[in-house]
Design a protein around this ligand. Structure first.
Ligand SMILES: [Cu+2]
Length: 63
């Protein structure tokens, strides 16, 4: 389980974009996004770097 802090999510579209970015590299990933806190929880066999890169490639910042 990965807990990430993601900056720049402002609406439901952002939540879906982040979720899709992770699923694009692991279709089986479970992604929970809490937009108000910026917390993103990912259940996946992917390593944290791969997930971070996928999210950042959509224009969000992972801190
Ligand atoms: Cu948005």
């Amino acid at each position: 389980m990965l807990n990430l802090q993601v900056e720049g999510m402002t609406c439901g579209h952002c939540e879906r974009t982040v979720t899709r970015a992770v699923r694009s590299i692991d279709p089986a990933a479970e992604v929970v996004v809490d937009r108000s806190s910026g917390r993103v929880t990912v259940q996946s066999s992917l390593d944290a770097d791969a997930v971070r890169q996928a999210i950042e490639s959509e224009g969000y910042r992972v801190t």
